[in-house]
Design a protein around this ligand. Sequence first.
Ligand SMILES: C[S@@+](CC[C@H](N)C(=O)[O-])C[C@H]1O[C@@H](n2cnc3c(N)ncnc32)[C@H](O)[C@@H]1O
Length: 258
Amino acid sequence: MKSVLVIGIGAGDPDYMTVQAIRALNEADAFFVLDKGSDKEDLAALRRQICDRFVEGGQYRMVHATDPERVLRDGSYDADVKAWHEQRLDIYEGLIRDELADGEAGAFLVWGDPALYDSTLRILDQLAERMAERGTPSFGVQVIPGISSVQVLAARFGIALHGIGAPVRITTGRLLATGWPEDANDVVVMLDGTCSFTEVDPAGIDIYWGAYLGTPDEILISGDLAGCTAEIQQVRAAARERKGWMFDTYLLRRRAGA
Ligand SMILES: C[S@@+](CC[C@H](N)C(=O)[O-])C[C@H]1O[C@@H](n2cnc3c(N)ncnc32)[C@H](O)[C@@H]1O
């Protein structure tokens, strides 16, 4: 039987690789990399750096495939994402079918943690279903957790993500733009291409904003939301322009009594 290792590599710093992740790297016969275009070259470079550093003997097989562009048409967001996932499903199927011999293990190196805003596990699940329907031999999956950008954000600011015994909401910029989540005091926002914090009433809210966390380009800004908004927008736009891509995550916290 073939097997697939889904390895969380941490969100930025190669030192975030866990002992378990390093062990899994050394069990893999091939690494599958989906190239996302020149703006993500830095992320591909980090994956290579991790393999060079942690694969014993420095010899490894990296198999590249092109990640399809996500096309947002006039239709619904869900339908567009579903169509994009279908294309990725075909690619994953090809990689496992053509690049692994029986008994071999292929590894997907997943940024941060595979459980958080990453489609790898969902696609592998759908693929296993598709193969079962067709009666083709399936594959085993093992997941190795990684340090997510959310954990790095909290660590870099030295904060807990929630009040004592209280919940924390993790959401996307797109959803935040539709309104502050009900009953939430602490909201972590990821995948925000449009500074959705500008849509929030800033009264009584603090922001802890981190970009390129764990990398040499890391930027941290925190404080009263009203006072920080313009600075974050300006710094973010300049950094995006300079590097060609942006990864930022932030916590919005309602101050006690606000
Ligand atoms: C496709 S999701 C992947 C999340 C990843 N699985 C994780 O555990 O962090 C990409 C989003 O994660 C966040 N992100 C990932 N790495 C980051 C980093 N080093 N610094 C800041 N945000 C990051 C950003 O919100 C980005 O838009």
